[in-house]
Write a protein that binds this ligand. Sequence first.
Ligand code: AMP
Length: 494
Amino acid sequence: MARREYRQTAAFSLPTAISAPGYCPLAGRYRRGIAERLTYASFFLKIIRCSVRTNPCARLNMSVHLTQFADLGLAEPVLRAITAAGYETPTPIQAKAIPTLLEGRDLIGIAQTGTGKTAAFVLPLLTRLAQANERANPRNCRALILAPTRELAAQIDDSIRDYAKFMKLSHCVVVGGVKPRPQIKRLEGGVDILVATPGRLLDHVSTGALRLDGVKTVILDEADQMMDLGFMPAIRQIMSKLRKTRQTMLFSATMPAQIRKLASDFLDNPAEVSVAPQSKPIERIQQEVMLMDASAKRNALRDILKAEDVKLAIVFTRTKRGADRVVQNLEKDGLRAAAIHGNKSQNQREKTLANFKNGSVNILVATDIAARGIDVDGITHVVNYEMPTVAEVYVHRIGRTARAGTDGIAIALVEPDERTMLREIENLIGKYLTAEGAALHIPKPVKKPGGGNRGGGGGGQRRGSRPQGQTVTATGSRKPGGRRPGQGGQRKAG
Ligand code: AMP
């Protein structure tokens, strides 16, 4: 309508003025009609929605700014439990993952142990279960959490107990190494949340003690470890038995190709959150390396563990027998140590872990499989008595310390045969653990990792000819003498 024509309309009504486009004498300017306004509004809405969709981070970034638990949308009893646990603010993985999970989206979480990832998936799970207000059918569960080891499964269940303390939700653990009958009995009435290791879970499914068709949420925790332990076929079997409409979460410290494939096969348009660069150890851990012959390790370990600053320590060995031997030696040296490995019964393992947690034993000597998922706050030292055979395992080992915002020390006792592994670890974490002269005695990493502090000069000794007990760390300059008593070598301040 032309402006002039509009001006000529003497008796214009208010509704006409709002709904019809044209010149508005009250506003003294051209005004859009309702239809035109709606078209504009929906156009802008579309632009906003489109930018959120095309940029998956947009959604997550919004949630990153929400730094209080109360802002995340969790149920009231969950918030109360968080307060009771003494948590003040969400950790980065919690801030990023919780809003997305509450929307019901699938999620890939790349996070190391110790970042608060258990709460990141348990808190929204509890909230959604409470909101759904349903009951589990007999011999069925509403949510399934798969973990690589019994210890991790038990710890996740402990966390659920804490976070659900003001709710009426049932949960239980199904793991190998214990009698199946009590588990079968427990499953009979159905449970809201089942935490399980893959092998025992499939046993119950095959005997009909458990059905999986009621599972609406499934969580794969430490997926890369489940793969390392050979659980991949079992996981695929379990996933194929679940209903199609469900929420699926996958948490892993690293994202090797097989885990990516697993995610693409079983997750539907997942959001991805990552809280630390892949395979990087937590920065708060002070990493040190002591180069020595194998025969010097026993005394070096004793001296490390007798130092005052050692409150709780985990010592890693490659074999179960090695772990027992180290415990015997430490006990002979007057230290309070206990072994935890696959040859120990579940009861023994639980007892050892309880003693470690209450401090009656302050040194745990563990193999990798048994130590998986050990979540004990206050571990001050991790000692790699024997280097792992896979570099990624080193990252998992040292992640036992520096949990929940604390600092920690990781010391590796490296004998000549283990130096190739040391180099692989340095390549993986992108940082030299040996400095200056020491670094010259191992083959140089192919690609110079970022952040390494490497001095020049020195050198000349052949590989393996270094005097026993020299200690070097990733940073700082050489400092004569060791902090630990009885240590013959030199040490670099970290
Ligand atoms: P996780 O990575 O799940 O093994 O958690 C590591 C430790 O952090 C556990 O001991 C938790 O109790 C603790 N934790 C988890 N979330 C928080 C938080 N928001 N504030 C303080 N501690 C936390």
